[in-house]
Design a protein around this ligand. Structure first.
Ligand code: ATP
Ligand code: MG
Ligand code: MG
Ligand code: MG
Length: 412
């Protein structure tokens, strides 16, 4: 399909592949990085390269990275553009090209490959980044009234409190150019949507908050797949794109409630599902959960970006001689690390005629339980049990009747 999520992803990766970028896979949602809990952007897997801690394997790379932003949870369902889980398409330069190429290519991709009309595009630059401003104005030819200088909150990007960072430049799509330029505000989401961010990664923010220049200047970008799909598919929210709408339709079917009636509440998952009146699994089993049916739909939608995880495990299970069987270890890894419920693994495996070694799975689960008990014991040995601890604490005396102010303090 021309403007489908899959075709947007393919166009993006091909565009950069044909400009010398190596297409690399999406990294784990759980990064090997103590400064963030989850993968919030495409750059995380490259952080050690940006910081010069490991040598680059290639000078340029491009990825389609699944991201989770828990800091956007409050926005979900309230704005039409924020998800907790979304896909970021990115192009990266490791000490290779810098601002000019990044800007020129982002513009070319947007206006030729995605055919966005040039008079509907606005850009922002960091307030004192004259270099980026001049490239947009003179090399690309964006009229100055559509280039906005913005402060650090929007236009200085960093992945965490410390680490690689730098000024950035964003491209916005204007749904209402007829409103004119004079008092346009890029933060007005009834009119604009940011879809592409180009980070000129040239500093490392240290513990004390100071910025030290990195050895090399890098490029890190992110284009939101769901947002581009919304623009190209001309739908009013990201939820109505082909990337998400089939999930809503499935939920509507299980709940016997149409999306227009459900309005903005379908978006908040299981609790809302029950409020909508989905009984049991929605398929007649009153004891069942309905989320596996939804999950099945999500899996169908994500096979193009993520065909491998379960399939790799299935074929390695076969190589290890337990044909046709998925090892308990692999099933447990899918469960414990990647969050696949065992029932889903069994269902998908069965579709390929493969059995799952659930006895092996139970053994892994038991090991896991023992390990965490042992860890608990070790902590008890070191600091004592709660009961031991309680014995060492002197009796507390209530003095609230005598001194009101300290009573207030106790109640907090
Ligand atoms: P916004 O200002 O809309 O919150 P952002 O500036 O926080 O977006 P970036 O950190 O620049 O986003 O991420 C790069 C791109 O990823 C964005 O331009 C956007 O297309 C996409 N993106 C960011 N956050 C989300 C989200 N919560 N859901 C969907 N797409 C997102
Ligand atoms: Mg944001
Ligand atoms: Mg922004
Ligand atoms: Mg941004």
């Amino acid at each position: 399909l021309p403007n489908s999520g899959n075709s947007i992803r393919r166009i993006f990766l091909l565009f950069y592949a044909s400009r010398g970028h190596k297409v690399l896979p999406s990294a784990s949602l759980v990064p090997d990085d103590p400064t963030v809990l989850l993968t919030i952007a495409g750059m995380l897997q490259f952080k050690p390269i940006f910081l010069g801690q490991v040598p680059r394997q290639v000078p340029r790379a491009t990825t389609a990275q699944r991201c989770i932003r828990t800091n956007d949870v409050e926005n979900v369902g309230r704005t039409a553009r924020h998800h907790t889980f979304f896909e970021m398409l990115g192009n990266f330069s490791f000490g290779d090209y810098f601002k000019k190429e990044a800007i020129m290519w982002a513009w070319e991709l947007s206006t030729t490959e995605f055919s966005l009309p040039v008079d509907k595009l606005w850009v922002s630059v960091y307030e004192d980044d004259d270099e980026a401003f001049v490239i947009w104005r003179d090399e690309v030819g964006v009229p100055v009234e559509r280039i906005k200088r913005m402060g650090a909150e929007d236009n200085f990007w960093s992945s965490g409190v410390t680490g690689p960072c730098g000024p950035c430049s964003e491209i916005y799509y204007d749904f209402h150019p007829e409103r004119g330029c004079s008092d346009a505000d890029l933060g007005d989401d009834t009119r604009f949507i940011e879809f592409y961010n180009l980070v000129f990664m040239q500093y490392n923010k240290t513990e004390d908050g100071s910025l030290e220049p990195l050895k090399q200047k890098n490029i890190d970008t992110g284009l939101g797949l769901e947002r581009m799909a919304r623009i190209l598919q001309k739908v009013p929210t990201n939820y109505e794109t082909g990337l998400i709408y089939p999930i809503i339709e499935k939920a509507s079917e299980l709940a016997h409630v149409s999306y227009s009636v459900a309005d903005d509440s379908t978006r908040r998952g299981v609790r809302t599902g029950r409020l909508l009146g989905i009984k049991g699994d929605g398929k007649g089993n009153p004891e069942g959960a309905f989320s596996p049916s939804i999950a099945q739909k999500v899996i169908e939608l994500s096979t193009e970006i993520d065909p491998d995880m379960l399939e790799d495990a299935l074929s390695s299970g076969q190589e290890n001689g337990c044909t046709p069987c998925l090892s308990g270890k692999d099933a447990f890894l899918l469960y414990d690390t990647y969050g696949f419920p065992a029932e889903i693994t069994i269902e998908v495996a069965e579709e390929s005629g493969v059995k799952v070694d659930m006895d092996g799975f139970d053994v892994e689960m038991e090991n896991q339980r023992r390990q965490s008990q042992a860890a608990h014991k070790a902590v008890e040995l070191a600091v004592g049990t709660d009961a031991d601890l309680a014995e060492t604490i002197p009796d507390t005396k209530f003095i609230g009747y005598e001194t009101l102010s300290s009573a207030a303090t106790v109640e907090g």
